[in-house]
Design a protein around this ligand. Structure first.
Ligand code: BEZ
Length: 225
């Protein structure tokens, strides 16, 4: 999958029932993320954190979906462990679907396997992939971690804030940007156009090269989704 590709409209079994990706997403953004196996330690911490942050994703109009090569029965059993790990109220439901790709069709089709990491039977493990899909069903961002390194779901929220802002405004977000921080005017916008486009002002940092490419402007306040 390359940035800008339309994400395949796959059908799958999930803990929320049968799903067809594009129908499930509707007008929302989506985050599809894979994990190596159910009932493993790092994956439990990751899905636990994603479950805790689920209201933050909902606030941003983003639907989460996890995926692994385990069965539906395993997903249902493991999600109870994850909720207990989170010290959630007994009986509370895991907040988003986990896709059962036990025939390994999706992990192969979507390039989610890590040939460097094998399970006990010698099969390649599923890597920790993250795909952010826009309301137009196109891939907006992908991240690929090996099985041995857990992800940071606060960072995934942060990049969604950037993706949603930059989908509606001709700006770019700098290193470690957080909502409310100044943003950058991209190099594609000529100086003559920048002043009109950014009425809040453009600040250009002087540099030894004399080139005027480090241009900041306050974050525009427009719709996020
Ligand atoms: C884990 O989730 O802890 C894990 C899974 C597969 C390989 C390494 C770690």
């Amino acid at each position: 999958m390359l940035l800008g590709d339309v994400f395949p409209n796959f059908e799958a079994d999930s803990t929320f029932g049968k799903m067809k990706l594009h129908d499930f997403l509707g007008d929302s953004w989506g985050v599809l993320f894979s994990h190596p196996r159910d009932f493993t330690p790092v994956c439990t911490t990751e899905l636990g954190r994603a479950a805790q942050l689920s209201p933050e994703f909902i606030k941003r109009n983003v639907k989460l979906m996890a995926l692994s090569v385990d069965s539906l029965e395993e997903h249902h059993g493991w999600s109870k462990d994850i909720m207990a790990y989170n010290n959630a109220e007994p009986g509370s439901q895991f907040p988003f679907p986990i896709i059962a790709d036990d025939r390994r069709e999706l992990v192969e089709r979507l390039g989610m396997l890590d040939p460097e990491e094998k399970d006990r039977s010698g099969m390649p493990l599923t890597a920790r992939c993250v795909f952010v899909i826009g309301p137009d069903k196109k891939l907006k961002l992908s991240i690929l971690y090996p099985a041995t390194t857990g992800r940071n779901f606060d960072e995934i929220l942060r990049v969604i804030d950037s993706l949603q802002l930059t989908a509606h405004n001709r700006v770019a977000t700098p290193v470690d940007w957080r909502p409310g921080n100044s943003v950058m005017v991209p190099p594609s916008i000529p100086e003559t156009e920048a002043a009109a486009l950014f009425p809040a002002g453009v600040y250009t940092k002087d540099l030894p090269s004399g080139k005027k490419y480090l241009r900041y402007t306050p974050q525009p306040n427009t719709q996020q989704q």
